[in-house]
Design a protein around this ligand. Structure first.
Ligand code: ZN
Length: 300
């Protein structure tokens, strides 16, 4: 794939306020708003800011409408909500979100545990949501795209076929998620050969391959990634999946490659420090721990 065009611009969707915080003990609306604002100040322009899910199932995401009402909306920033179903989508639209994120798992068992639906039922939800929300963009995240804790490896052609189904159902874009940290550069390449590069990737550091997978995908031509400030998060429904790819680790790499993200690494590290204070513990990001390489280079 050396002939592929390596993108000069990469779009990052920051998922820390949702995917990150949902794995933590609940924090207050004001702190969640402050984290969103710090990330926007760092230059992030698309944020999965909230989830409209059952507060009893995911207590950390309660008060989503209050978070949306609390942020200082900027026209250049897209504030996205994760929604599991039509009811969640309706609440998200009422709260004024700019886009929706809907998860459909490539793993039947994971889907059942995550949203208590069969894959067919989840695809039908995408249709219902698309019909209800009109022009609002719907990104469908195909989770467990690189393997499932229940079914093991999934054929890339099957994962791609599910992507085609959700696009036909009304999704406006697709993101493939390594929910369980089973992706490797080889498997990223195998999936991209099936689905093309006009997709987003949501990568996890569960086995230390998140950043190298992102690099491999970028070399293939992928220009859209989900990351979480500090590397916070994971899934509460699959054990030992903790560790989203950290926003600052990806920005640090892309800065050095000369790839534009629009994100200021210094301000992002301030947001990461705020995230650590918010959750009350250190974050897994390596760059947050060690500091950027440029800081050492400048002192030489
Ligand atoms: Zn994640």
């Amino acid at each position: 794939m050396s002939s592929a065009v390596r993108p000069s611009v990469v779009r990052i969707r920051e998922v820390g306020p949702r995917d990150g915080l949902q794995a933590e003990s609940p924090v207050g609306v004001e702190e969640r708003v402050a984290l969103v604002e710090a990330l926007v100040a760092a230059g992030l322009r698309e944020l999965e800011a909230v989830a409209f899910v059952s507060p009893s199932a995911v207590p950390a995401m309660a008060g989503a409408a209050d978070v949306m009402a609390g942020v200082q909306r900027r026209p250049e920033v897209s504030y996205v909500a994760l929604v599991p179903n039509l009811r969640g989508a309706q609440l998200a639209i009422e709260a004024g979100v700019d886009g929706l994120s809907v998860t459909v798992s490539a793993s039947p068992e994971y889907n059942r545990r995550n949203v208590r639906m069969s894959i067919d039922e989840s695809v039908a939800q995408v249709t219902a949501i698309a019909e209800a929300v009109g022009e609002v963009p719907i990104d469908v995240v195909v989770s467990c795209a690189f393997g499932s804790p229940y079914e093991g490896d999934l054929a890339p052609s099957d994962v791609a076929a599910l992507g085609d189904r959700v696009l036909a159902a009304g999704a406006t874009s697709l993101t493939y998620a390594d929910t369980t940290g089973m992706a490797t550069p080889r498997r990223v390449g195998e999936l991209l050969d099936e689905v093309g590069v006009d997709v987003g990737l949501h990568l996890h550091e569960t086995r230390g391959t998140g950043l190298v997978n992102a690099y491999a995908a970028w070399e293939h031509g992928v220009a859209r990634f989900d990351t979480s400030v500090g590397g916070l998060g994971g899934s509460p429904f699959a054990t030992d999946t903790a560790g989203n790819l950290a926003t600052e680790d990806l920005v640090h790499l892309l800065d050095d490659l000369g790839v534009a993200t629009g994100v200021d690494l210094g301000l992002l590290l301030s947001a990461s420090a705020l995230a650590a204070r918010t959750v009350g513990h250190d974050v897994p990001s390596r760059v947050a721990a060690a500091g950027p390489r440029s800081r050492l280079a400048e002192t030489r």
